[in-house]
Design a protein around this ligand. Structure first.
Ligand code: NAI
Ligand code: MG
Length: 490
């Protein structure tokens, strides 16, 4: 624990325009939109509201940088060095970036410093290391031929990201795209454009050539849709809601864009009676309440074995009552506001629905304070599989506890969801843990832990939780085309 209280730090707002071809320019329409501080509901800054015209300029800049600029012919190791340099510049501005992220998104600055930024920096270093390790194969074919494959950048990557981990989503998208040699048109979330724009500034300072990274802030149905529709974009990488992904997939079919999707979840967190109880309670608490519950992999269905149910719920209630809500820029704060009014309203609606459907609200359940989009850490006990709160992604600080007594049923109950992003199991029985890990339909399974992320470990969803994998070596494939070359040898 720190012995001195850090002062509350106000970050500077520097970049608010579109970043296209290395230049900061207002939207062609002249329009702007407000990005707000969700803790105070006050406007932080007006940001350029890009649309199809700006996206078109950005795609031209990205295409030009790919085909005519130094990027396309740069030695792979030098490309890697530039990504390392970007990570180094982020490290230099660590405190400032954490404060800016906290201001725009509402996440506690302690979390931005302990989780978001270290993961961002690590992710970029990880992919920097891959830049010169992407290579094809020589393949023994029949006849007097020599066949080899080349792995080439897919081209201009259109990247559309959400607001829950603004900088981390930038790193997950830019890292593999840059390592693969692609150029980028990014559309950050309208709720949280500021840190993405600051990262673009740092990318330029790092020496990444102009036009390689372009950022067009704006709304989904205008700027986002324009990225998806543009024939000059070769690939779409999207993170967000599955309904948005469905719209994108249909639209992308027109131009046969390669698509990868990282979507939502309703992840089961299964706690057996033989688990280390305190570790499981802490893991369930973190797995749901982290980032105000705004995590795609949130452990929102906590299945607890009957024998320990009452004790477990009591410990969860106690943890919730000790949770510190308040100004996200205060280093002592553990929970900030939800990102905006729309999310706040959606979550409050589900809390009411949970009560109406007969679940027992044993902790929280109300707005916190009168200003800002704060919601108390909320816990529903006695949740049944059919209830809305056990099926829909709430994306807020609302945990559902579901009791189980029949161990043979638990896998089916855990899999009884359209999603399949993550799952966790808590037990001291190693055989049982691996059995569940094999049977559960989810892209990530944590055993006796939760929310353990690493840039080297692939992440993504089964079923409606997505398509393709981010992170790890796997994510490079998203940004590469494979070319087969055959040479006659006689
Ligand atoms: P969203 O899917 O609408 O937004 C994500 C991104 O897509 C934003 O940049 C948005 O501007 C863009 N977008 C929206 N419509 C688009 C379109 N037609 N074409 C192209 N781009 C478009 O998600 P939203 O509305 O912010 O949140 C709604 C719900 O989605 C949340 O309550 C949560 O349940 C889920 N969600 C899941 C996330 C995850 O990490 N899996 C992240 C954010 C939201
Ligand atoms: Mg939306």
């Amino acid at each position: 624990m720190a012995t001195t209280i850090e002062p509350i730090r106000k970050p500077k707002i520097q970049q608010t325009e579109c970043f296209i071809g290395g230049k900061w320019i207002p939207a062609a329409s002249g329009k702007t939109f407000a990005t707000i501080n969700p803790a105070t509901e006050e406007v932080i800054a007006q940001v350029a509201e890009g649309d199809a015209a700006d996206v078109d300029l950005a795609v031209q800049a990205a295409r030009n940088a790919l085909e005519n600029g130094p990027w396309g012919t740069m030695d792979a190791r030098d490309r890697g060095a530039l990504i390392h340099k970007l990570a180094d510049l982020l490290t230099e501005e660590f405190d400032e970036l954490a404060a800016l992220e906290s201001l725009d998104n509402g996440k506690p600055i302690s979390e931005a410093k302990a989780a978001d930024l270290p993961l961002v920096i690590d992710c970029l270093h990880y992919y920097a290391g891959w830049a010169d390790k992407i290579h094809g194969k020589t393949i023994p074919v029949r006849g007097p031929y020599f066949t080899y494959t080349r792995r080439e950048p897919v081209g201009v990557a259109g990247q559309i990201i959400p607001w829950n981990f603004p900088m981390l989503m930038v790193a997950w998208k830019w890292g593999p795209a840059l390592a693969a040699g692609c150029t980028i048109v990014m559309k950050p979330a309208e709720q949280t454009p500021l840190t993405c724009l600051r990262m673009a500034r740092l990318a330029q300072k790092a020496g990444i050539p102009d036009g390689v990274i372009n950022v067009v802030p704006g709304y989904g149905p205008t700027a986002g849709a324009a990225v998806v529709a543009h024939p000059g974009v070769d690939k779409i990488a999207f993170t967000g809601e599955h309904r948005t992904a469905q719209i994108i997939m249909r639209e992308a079919a027109e131009t046969m864009k390669r698509c990868t999707f990282e979507l939502g979840g309703k992840s089961p967190n299964i706690v057996f009676a033989d688990a280390d109880l305190d570790a499981a309670v802490a893991g369930a608490h973190l797995g749901l309440y982290l980032n105000q519950g705004q995590c795609c992999c949130a452990g929102s269905r906590v299945f607890v074995e009957g024998k320990i149910h009452d004790k477990f719920v009591q410990k969860l209630v106690d943890m919730n009552s000790g949770r510190k809500l308040g100004n996200p820029l205060d280093p002592e704060t553990q929970q900030g506001p939800q990102v905006d009014k729309a999310q706040f309203d959606k979550i409050m609606h589900y809390i009411e629905l949970g009560k109406k459907e007969g679940a027992k609200c044993v902790s929280g359940g109300k707005r916190h304070g009168t200003k800002g989009y704060f919601i108390e850490p909320t816990l529903f006990d006695g949740v049944k599989d059919h209830m809305s709160i056990a099926n829909d992604e709430i994306f807020g600080p609302v945990m559902s506890v579901l009791r189980f007594d029949d161990v043979d049923e638990i896998v089916d109950r855990a899999n009884n969801t359209m999603y399949g992003l993550a799952a966790a199991v808590w037990t001291r029985d190693i055989g049982k843990a691996h059995h569940i890990a094999a049977k559960v339909k989810a892209g990530t399974v944590w055993i006796n832990c939760y929310d353990v992320f690493d840039a080297a470990a692939p992440f993504g969803g089964f079923k409606m939780s997505g398509m393709g994998r981010e992170l790890g070596e796997k994510a490079l494939d998203n940004y590469l085309e494979e070319k087969t070359v055959t040479v006659a040898m006689s």
